[in-house]
Design a protein around this ligand. Structure first.
Ligand SMILES: [Zn+2]
Ligand SMILES: [Zn+2]
Length: 204
């Protein structure tokens, strides 16, 4: 972690990611005021989900090929231009479902072990942000070069990198170019919409 607290890295993080991430936290606090979840617990819960979303993605990259929906349908970009529209839509829907499954698994795991550390409202709120960023900002609009690289560097001959979230790639040294931080301006609409949808859904 100390490798991030340097003259070069810290200002880049503050310029590119601090405000969107702090906004996620503040809205997380607002969404949990009724359940009396403390700001410290919100911080812990969101940090846990932040790390989880990295490791579950890495985990899906390491599943056996026969059952690997993520690699088979989301990382087979070699013939992207030759794919039919139906094939592309199907691949997109499968990845959307896979991403939703990431957070459904987290939710079910807490029920299974009967330990409710992370409030359901935060799983939904963070999951909504994650799923929409990956499936809309990254997949449809290619909003970040970091994620484009994740797709171009995950063949069998190169090292896997840029799983996201960007800061976790920095922490675990899986960032392709560790001198850059993804500019998170593009995730502002995802945060705002997620806050509104979560507020309505959980009736707060
Ligand atoms: Zn992707
Ligand atoms: Zn991937």
């Amino acid at each position: 972690m100390s490798h991030l607290i340097t003259k070069t890295h810290l200002p880049l993080f503050l310029n590119n990611q601090f405000i969107p991430m702090f906004t996620v936290y503040v809205f997380g606090c607002l969404l949990t005021t009724n359940s009396k979840t403390s700001p410290i617990m919100v911080s812990f819960s969101l940090s846990l989900l932040f790390l989880y979303s990295y490791f579950i993605h890495v985990g899906f990259h390491n599943l056996p090929n026969t059952m690997n929906i993520h690699l088979t349908h989301h990382h087979n970009n070699h013939d992207e231009h030759n794919k039919s529209s139906l094939c592309r839509v199907t691949g997109w829907m499968l990845e959307f479902t896979t991403n939703v499954l990431f957070f459904a698994l987290f939710y079910w795991f807490q029920i299974l072990v009967n330990v409710h550390v992370v409030p359901d409202v935060l799983i939904f709120y963070y999951g909504f942000i994650y799923v929409t960023i990956h499936n809309i900002n990254y997949s449809l609009f290619h909003s970040a070069t970091e994620h484009v690289l994740h797709h171009t560097t995950t063949d069998s001959t190169s090292t896997t990198c840029n799983y996201g979230p960007d800061l976790v790639d920095h922490l675990f040294r899986t960032k392709y170019n560790n001198k850059t931080f993804e500019n998170y301006n593009h995730i502002t609409p995802n945060i705002l919409v997620s806050f509104l949808v979560t507020s309505c859904f959980f009736n707060r």
